[in-house]
Write a protein that binds this ligand. Sequence first.
Ligand code: ADP
Ligand code: MG
Length: 559
Amino acid sequence: MAKKQFKAESKRLLEMMINSIYTQKEIFLRELISNASDAIDKIYYKALTDDQLVFNKEDYYVKVTADKANRTLTITDTGLGMTQEDLENNLGIIAKSGSLAFKKDNEAKDGHNIIGQFGVGFYSAFMVADVVKVTSKALGSEEAYRWESTGADGYTIEPCEKDSVGTEIVLHIKPNTEDDQYDEYLEKYRLKSIIKKYSDFIRYPIKMDIQGQRPKEGVENEFEEYQEEQVVNSMVPIWRKNKNELTEEDYEKFYAEKRYGFDKPLKHIHISADGAIVYQSILFIPENTPFDYYTKEYEKGLELYSNGVLIMNKCSDLLPDYFSFVKGMVDSEDLSLNISREMLQHDRQLKLIAKNIKNKIKAQLQSLLKDEREQYEKFYTAFGRQLKFGVYNEYGMHKEDLQDLLMFYSSKEKKLVTLDEYVSRMPEDQKYIYYASGESIERIDKLPQTEIVTDKGYEILYFTDDIDEFAIKMIMTYKEKEFKNVSSGDLGIEADEKDAAAESEEKDNKDLFEQMKTVLAGKVSNVKASKRLKTHPVCLSTEGELTIEMEKILKSMPN
Ligand code: ADP
Ligand code: MG
């Protein structure tokens, strides 16, 4: 039997495809500018091999012009251009990418800067335009051609006039409807901000004619309108620059411009990785806790760029939860993107980058702790709680990464100390790492149970955060030392005479203790003589795994 071809309502199909690929209309400009930049890259590669062709950087640019009266938006480039055949093949066949073919043909010459590969980006123009006209003259060609289409119901190609090599794309912007606004794509300030957002680091200048007002010469208090061609993109991103050329202020300015935070960053990390995966990254450790940090509203994540083009605003897979306070961006040429560029196809590369980044952050925090104690304490005050959550969460699987970054207030030092510092100061005969839980340092100072430990000359860590004891239970032992709550049964402190004394006291006061137990029935489970009191008459202690403080927290949690 003869095979029949599927028939499809191509206009509907195109609409469906475009609308399912792209979540935002504004990205059409990113796609068209990326194509223009690809076309300039291609002419640049040609120039590398062709002695006749000289590439003068100044001659290559993209220009974006809006004409409100005629409702047209024009994107012009001075790239390689397209022949009649190219127009037919690259714009007439959906999902055909001339750029991908070019990259394959020119593999040897390092074409990795070219952005296009899916052959659909161009059609995103139909999200905002009802007519698209592409006028192009290819390098080495005498004739120019115009491709014109109103969407999927077809296109025409005819010869036309064009002086210079390159491509001009004219979009007839759709009229506003009740549901959709299109006028904004004719507003310069809006276009400029879309360019800044997605295409700021395109390597070639993106120019616009921007109106301004200036004081009229010779006339006081009068202004005149003027028009000026401006380059709106920054071109070379800060993360591609050499670290040695950058100052602290440059990083701070970037942090502020990107609105990573309103504070000043405490520290930055600039990574230029050249190993198994190539990427650049600038990361910041903020100084202050964002107001919503410990709430559900806070979203972690880094900006993700593919070759200088913004793909994702907050890529959460790049940061572990315990480092969710880190701000910044990653740019990589090695990512295999999904067709929409808003998703990634394989997360293998992403996982590699994430692991790498995690280690860099950890190393940075460790060196801060070692070399800039004061700065570290500032950081710890803002985000230490998150690190402790990190130790506790996921059954403690990250404790090895985090335990050396923890700090607690010390009874001896009267300031924050690390577990390592505690253990290295332990007297020979001390068996445990002692801690005491309470609402505040002042409260813990008054705990009767602390006395016998401090009298022995041992140091106590004060746990004032509700997560502290839970996190420590996860760590279990640090440098082979167990943790011990000063309120728990066996403290491992020898008190022989006291033992005997407690025993006889127990006998002598049997009736009194029984009486106390009856009176306090339901509030305490036992009343005993204690071997651990010095100047205080009485103390509460716990039996079993949970301490009083932990019980209080568990009780206060919603079921
Ligand atoms: P992609 O960029 O993923 O290849 P597009 O749909 O964006 O797919 O573009 C399709 C093809 O059309 C490109 O691969 C390129 O060959 C060609 N093209 C699009 N815009 C231009 C342009 N401004 N100059 C030269 N060629 C272009
Ligand atoms: Mg493209």
